[in-house]
Design a protein around this ligand. Sequence first.
Ligand code: ARG
Length: 404
Amino acid sequence: MTDRVVLAYSGGLDTSVSIGWIGEATGAEVIAVAVDVGQGGENLETIRQRALACGAVEAYVADVREEFATEYCMPALAANALYMDRYPLVSALSRPVIVKHLVKAARQFGAGTVAHGCTGKGNDQVRFEVSITSLAPDLKCIAPVRDLALTRAASIEYAERHSLPIEQTKSSPFSVDQNVWGRAVETGYLEDIWNAPTKDVYTYTDDPTFPPVEDELVITFAQGVPVAIDGVAVTPLQAIQELNRRAGAHGIGRIDMVEDRLVGIKSREIYEAPGAMALIEAHRDLEGVTVERELARFKRTVGARWTELVYDGQWFSPLKRALDQFLAETQRYVSGDIRMTLHGGRATVTGRRSDTSLYDFNLATYDEGDTYDQSQARGFIEIFGMQSKLAAARDARFGQGVVL
Ligand code: ARG
């Protein structure tokens, strides 16, 4: 029986050419798999028809936006996931959900190999292949661009020679990956890291230099998940979409950074993640009110580690899974309302209220109604500072005291 290959298919030039290219190079039949993670653009039926027209024997298409928002973006929100303190894991989050569907399709159509369109220089090849082996150790992986010498020039030539139905008119100067959690833009003149991004880089956000009048909203969270905006119930997907629109209008969530890739390269990337950044800001603030101090401190460490694991393609790893359990536990009381103002590139929290709050007005107040016994602070500090005092006295004995 001829081998079958499931291909992660975007509908673009390279993956369209890959269908025939894989067939010629390996003799296998190709099944195209296209999933909607909120990247916008063409509808799935158009993409499906193109895959078949390019020679795929089957096309598997699925709208996985709710699944992606609920099972991938919401855990990232629980972790306040920002790689290198800045990047909200946009592409890193979508790879595991795409892989899940690639493996489903492989099982459904009896394929023994999975193919993806990544180059050999980035993180995504690692994410695809490590996730595939984690879910289906028996499947093989190939990458036509990396392993079968499919260059850009060869793609264009192949598409013309076979009259493939692909528009090549306006080829973007950038390499873009986008989904509902955000958008990543690289290559072209951005590779000179002194070059400032030009206006055409951005599509999820408007220029924050000339913002419309400020937009105030209230986000309601239940156990760390946004469940309503301005009192109207929303699914996680709807919450992200609405905030993409509203925060995007104020230019919130633009990120220009040089990041450390897993493969050892530093690379320049521009991100736009208006909804994700506004949600993380709101969620973090609510955690400030509802998460106990020691748990909050440790959670920051766990969240940072979780983020690195996901960035590094370890979504299905045992450590990541165990940290998921920890993070879920931390969200038990992260419920309540956050009021925020969106304006001029910033999402600013201006108020919070929660039935599960640990904020005690009577302990905090400097006005009437104080229930905090200040006389006990003296004894607390005496004992808390004991070790420092002993160490300082020893330093003095050995002439090592702080020079004034
Ligand atoms: N550097 C980011 C990551 O590894 C985004 C890569 C997405 N690809 C792109 N063509 N911009 O998660």
